[in-house]
Design a protein around this ligand. Sequence first.
Ligand code: PXP
Length: 242
Amino acid sequence: MKNKIRLGVNIDHVATVRNARGEVYPSPLKAALLAEKSGADSVTIHLREDRRHINDNDLKTIIRKLKVPLNLEIAATKEMLNISIKHKPPFVCIVPEKRKEITTEGGLNLNFNTSFIKKIINKLKKNKSRVSLFIEPNIKDLKKAKQLNADCVEIHTGKICNLINKGNNYKNELNKIKLAVSFGNEIGLEVHAGHGLTFKSAKILSKIQGIQEFNIGHFLIGESIFVGLPKTIKNFKRVISK
Ligand code: PXP
């Protein structure tokens, strides 16, 4: 029997659409509450340094009203640490951030800024947040994540999703992810996956034993334009539970 994989719904791009016109709609808060009502196990927002989508007020209002856990994605900076300490999100995922990137391009470099990352993890854990590190699927980074005392890792699935979308051979990348998931579980890390997931790639990856959570945003919000958020969430839940 397969374990239930949790679905985290990333609503950043509701804010992207709002900000494209400098309006107050569509509302990320409304999206967060509708995602919760439609079966999302958690809601993810990435408060970027440049506030290009989610802003501080979104964080404040969403965390107040949401009943399922809020997963706050942050860069490893002092500002983001202070914001997280103040708002106490149940889940925090530390991600790399570059100002010019369109989206998060790769996993964290755990050999850079290591002592600060360790300090952030410990402070957040003391503050009762579950801490995850967004990493590439490799054993070295998993070992490092464990050494740094993270609760979980989120495997960056961008590469395999690109291969799948283009109809290219993705077996090597799939094997890498399989190895990473089983090694992560073996050393006591909870393993999540996210970035670039569609129905097709989520279905392929959901067959791997040991992934406990998917975080999905861009495709899910895009699909919602056509069939609505509740139906898209239900469809994703069906895809990852089969
Ligand atoms: N997980 C992490 C850590 C991310 O940074 C992102 C993108 O913000 C996602 C998951 C979701 O990726 P996508 O929007 O491509 O589904």
